[in-house]
Design a protein around this ligand. Structure first.
Ligand code: AN0
Ligand code: CP
Length: 325
């Protein structure tokens, strides 16, 4: 594997899930496979889980790891071509990428959407510049439109906790005071569509996910209807994907004060089939979810975060295997 953005990059999902289970039972099993290989993790945005779990995954495989926080100590990077660099950006990404690639074998990228130019974000411009100018295998640690390490960890978590062969999984939009990317719901939808689950998406009108990710998943605008009989509830805020009205891309469509009835509380959870609550974290209590729901024994937010180490170990191992071919 030379690039990791989409569920298809992993091939057969059942094989990948079996590999995840094997690694979870013995996480140092492949500790020899990364010897003398260096992973460089480049963060253009904040992170707690991705930063720690991906480093841990690299250590599980015996790799060396370098972490670069672009906004904390490195030169500010220009990402656009054709600009006169007379502002606060001292270095261009097109020099920085080949330089970074001198010191490593694999590169992970966290680069959120700008949420102003839909075409630029959905083309995954920054990610593909890394692919092109580094000459190294590259993987997404949440890029402009996808967060596959999260979605893979979420799927592992659902597999571990499901009580039915084909559980009902509901992805619900929830309010947030700031505009957030669509990467997490995009990837979650993409991965759920590829998995054997009954998948429903619920959100206020105008927040329709790009069909590239939503596929033909059922969309139910009535949140209570969507929650009926659910086995897993996956909450997340996202800003307007601009599918129906491109001019609204990246916007919050209504003041969050008027949307607090979408906050996941005991009212909605009561009509599920004792559903497990999921969120990728970080989460704002009182906005996305009520304290009582996230603190309940049915909450899976910590097991999900723990599985980030497992999804990253599988992905890094696949990349290492690809380098031997
Ligand atoms: C980010 C997002 O919504 O994409 C990261 C989630 C993993 N969340 C925030 O910035 C709060
Ligand atoms: N879930 C997740 O990716 O969290 P971080 O932003 O803390 O890495």
């Amino acid at each position: 594997m030379k690039s990791f953005l989409h569920v298809q990059d992993l091939g057969d999902l059942r094989v990948a899930l079996a590999e995840a289970k094997e690694i979870k039972n013995d996480r140092f099993r492949y500790v020899e496979s990364g010897r003398n290989k260096t992973a460089l993790l480049v963060f253009f945005n904040n992170s707690l889980r991705t930063r720690l779990s991906t480093q841990k995954a690299a250590l599980n495989l015996g790799m060396n790891v370098i972490v670069l926080d672009v906004n904390a100590g490195a030169w500010k990077l220009e990402t656009e071509r054709g600009v006169i660099m007379d502002g606060d950006k001292s270095e261009h990404l097109l020099e920085a990428i080949p330089v970074m690639s001198c010191y490593c074998d694999i590169i992970g990228i966290r680069s959120f959407a700008g949420l102003t130019d839909r075409e630029y974000d959905y083309a995954e411009t920054v990610y593909h510049q890394f692919v092109r100018y580094s000459g190294k295998p590259v993987f997404a640690m949440e890029t402009a439109t996808v967060h596959p390490l999260q979605a893979f960890a979420d799927l592992i978590t659902i597999e571990e906790h499901k009580q039915k062969a084909r559980p009902k999984v509901v992805l619900t939009w929830a309010p947030h005071p700031r505009a957030l990317p669509q990467a997490v719901p995009n990837s979650f939808a993409e991965w759920m569509n590829a998995a054997d689950v009954d998948f429903v998406i619920t959100h206020p009108e105008g927040y329709e996910l790009d069909p590239l990710f939503a596929g033909d998943a059922r969309v139910e605008y009535d949140q209570m209807k969507a929650f009926e009989g659910a086995d897993f509830v996956y909450a997340k805020n996202w800003s307007c994907p601009g599918v129906t009205r491109p001019a609204d891309y990246g916007k919050i469509l209504a003041d969050y004060h008027d949307m607090l009835h979408w906050t996941v509380s005991d009212r909605q959870m009561a009509i599920t089939d004792n559903a497990r609550f999921m969120h990728c974290l970080p989460v704002r209590r009182g906005m996305i979810v009520a304290d009582s729901v996230i603190e309940a024994p049915t909450s899976l937010v910590i097991p999900e975060a723990a599985n980030r180490e497992i999804s990253a170990t599988v992905v890094l191992r696949r990349i290492l295997q690809g380098m031997q071919e």
